[in-house]
Unconditional design. Structure first.
Length: 597
């Protein structure tokens, strides 16, 4: 093979600190590559690492990179794959030493060299630079560094590819850098392999573009798709990008065969314009690339040809990332979902009906809260309108959802037991609502059992089959609201005050709401069957697109059922007498206070 026809394959393995740790494994084992680049750093990442190092001098780098290297070291050595990464963060020496130890544990000591690139840390040189007249002004505001010098915590220059090239020349198999630019992790190996010189501006610019496409991992292979994202196949096993570069700087963007995601002109374009300032002046330490010169040709089969790139001489300055203390920030996180709101209502109304403040500490209450919180994190798979292709995710979500159903049915049964003998009137709206919730429980358990049968599970996805939770939730919330209002009206108007809540109008409201919800649940089942059947008729490589009539029918059915539910909900509101909310709140607070031990 002539020098002009040979290719160098640089694969992306990480797009950020916390990215998919299986991705670099798949890149090394999934097909031929020459280099694996892993980009861990961003400005906020450097600040986080600096805070970690301030607490522990041994920290300050991407700790998950070390066990990853221990895992892939043997395969990299066997296949001749060299690794280039900025996982060193603010402590590249500590990271390199840890990687060397990982190599010994992996049994490749003596067969793999670990290279270290340092020199980006400017903390000890800041005062010297300021004395020499370098103001280090803020890129956006123009404010000089001297205004915040006494609060600076870290200062790191963005360094280019020269030290990476030197480390490769010295035979390093794994190169650990500090704040190297993201793109240098790709074009550094290309400069080494092809002998590109510092004044070969067009080829260097092409390497920068290749690095920019590689630097964010799966964002260029469908992971950042904002148009027809629902058609991107198998994102659970998304393939990360690989650039196949020729000596003249032209290259192909692709991914390993059989991996998820896609490589198209659109997906590559989405990454090219990511984090873009002036596209004609993309500044790096080694060259200024003109992104307006990029030309893309989609060659099909997940291969996009990139060519025509031009560049010009580098600047005489480097960018420096400086972090400084600027007060304190309090951050709170509230994790919740509608199901937790319903479960909280179940626990609250159970405590009020029973008159036992310990109800909120019962096993059922704790089980509801725990499984509801867990399902807040796993429900994305169960309620995805795409059948999850990752079987582990699918089954975890299914098991958690089944647990949730069982506990919810138990809670509904407890509520029914509390209210079934609590009223003597012919119709009690609370009792009627909880009775409906009980019947919906039977429906949901039946649906859940049906979709656990493999053939039916393949056809009727959980989103549709357990749509009956809508009925349970609606009736629980309605029954709870009526019970609380009954207590309020009794306190305000005497024993006959709540009668207005339990008359014929409320009876028809409860019935009407259930009819509306039943229509919605029925349609969800129909839509689920249609979706499952049409998916099963597709070839493995075909992308599912919902039938137009299904989307139109869904809109019509949602409009009809929504109108029915809204109409009867309006009837409920019209049934209620005028309420003095301030009085209700004061009486309720007094009631709660009087119950405290």
């Amino acid at each position: 093979m002539s020098d002009e026809s040979r290719l160098v394959r640089v694969a992306s393995g990480q797009g950020f600190w916390g990215d998919d740790l299986e991705a670099p494994v798949r890149q090394v084992e999934g097909g031929p590559i020459d280099y694996l680049m892993l980009d861990y750093l961003a400005e906020v990442t450097m600040s986080i690492m600096q805070k970690q190092r301030a607490r522990d001098p041994q920290a300050g780098y991407a700790r998950d990179f070390v066990p990853l290297m221990e895992r892939i070291f043997p395969a990299c050595v066997e296949r001749g794959v060299r690794v280039v990464t900025n996982a060193g963060g603010v402590n590249p020496l500590g990271c390199a030493e840890a990687v060397a130890d990982a190599g010994r544990r992996a049994g490749v000591a003596g067969r793999a060299k670990v290279g270290l690139v340092s020199g980006d840390d400017l903390m000890d040189r800041l005062d010297e630079l300021l004395r020499d007249g370098h103001e280090l002004t803020h890129m956006e505001t123009g404010a000089p560094l001297s205004e915040v010098r006494d609060r600076v915590q870290s200062a790191n220059a963005y360094i280019g590819a020269a030290p990476i090239v030197r480390a490769l020349e010295l035979g390093a198999d794994v190169i650990v850098t500090g704040r190297s630019t993201d793109t240098a992790l790709t074009y550094g190996p290309l400069m080494h392999e092809f002998g590109w010189s510092d004044d070969d501006h067009d080829r260097l610019a092409a390497g920068v573009v290749a690095g920019h496409i590689n630097e964010c991992g799966a964002q260029s292979t469908g992971g950042n798709c904002m148009a027809d994202w629902w058609q991107v196949p198998d994102l659970a096993q998304v393939g990360f990008p690989i650039v196949e570069v020729s000596p003249d700087g032209t290259f192909i963007v692709t991914k390993h065969e059989g991996s998820g995601g896609w490589v198209t002109r659109a997906s590559v374009t989405e990454q090219i314009v990511y984090e873009m300032g002036d596209p004609s002046t993309y500044i790096t330490p080694d060259v200024i690339a003109d992104f307006t010169s990029i030309q893309l040709d989609d060659r099909g089969n997940h291969r996009v040809h990139v060519h025509g790139i031009t560049g010009r001489a580098r600047t005489d300055f480097l960018k420096v990332s400086i972090a400084y203390s600027s007060g304190w920030k309090a951050t709170g996180t509230l994790v919740g979902a509608f199901n937790l709101f319903v479960y909280g209502s179940v626990i609250y109304i159970g405590e009020r009906i029973s008159g036992d403040p310990r109800y909120g500490h019962s096993r059922t209450a704790y089980a509801l809260f725990s499984v509801g919180l867990l399902n807040s994190f796993t429900n994305f798979a169960h309620h995805s309108y795409h059948l999850p292709l990752n079987e582990i995710v699918k089954w975890i979500a299914f098991v958690v959802s089944m647990l949730e159903i069982i506990i919810l049915v138990r809670a509904v049964s407890d509520l029914w037991a509390l209210v079934r003998t609590s009223e003597e009137r012919p119709f009690c709206a609370t009792r009627g609502s909880f009775a409906a919730a009980k019947y919906w429980s039977v429906a949901i358990v039946g649906s859940a059992i049906l979709i656990s049968i493999p053939p039916l599970n393949a056809i009727i996805h959980g989103t549709y089959a357990v749509g009956a939770t809508i009925g349970i939730d609606t009736m629980i919330l309605l029954g709870a609201a009526i019970w609380i209002l009954s207590e309020f009206l009794t306190m305000r108007d005497g024993p006959d005050g709540p009668e207005v809540l339990h008359g014929p109008r409320m009876r028809w409201s409860v019935i009407g709401l259930n009819v509306g919800v039943a229509l919605l649940v029925l349609w969800l089942h129909v839509a689920g069957i249609v979706t499952g059947v049409t998916r099963m008729q597709l070839a493995p490589e075909e992308t599912y697109v919902p039938p137009i009539w299904l989307g139109a029918s869904s809109g019509i059915m949602f409009a009809i059922t929504g109108t029915v539910v809204f109409a009867f909900f309006l009837l409920v509101l019209m049934t209620l007498p005028p309420l003095e909310i301030r009085y209700f709140w004061a009486q309720d607070m007094a009631r709660q206070t009087s119950r405290k031990p």
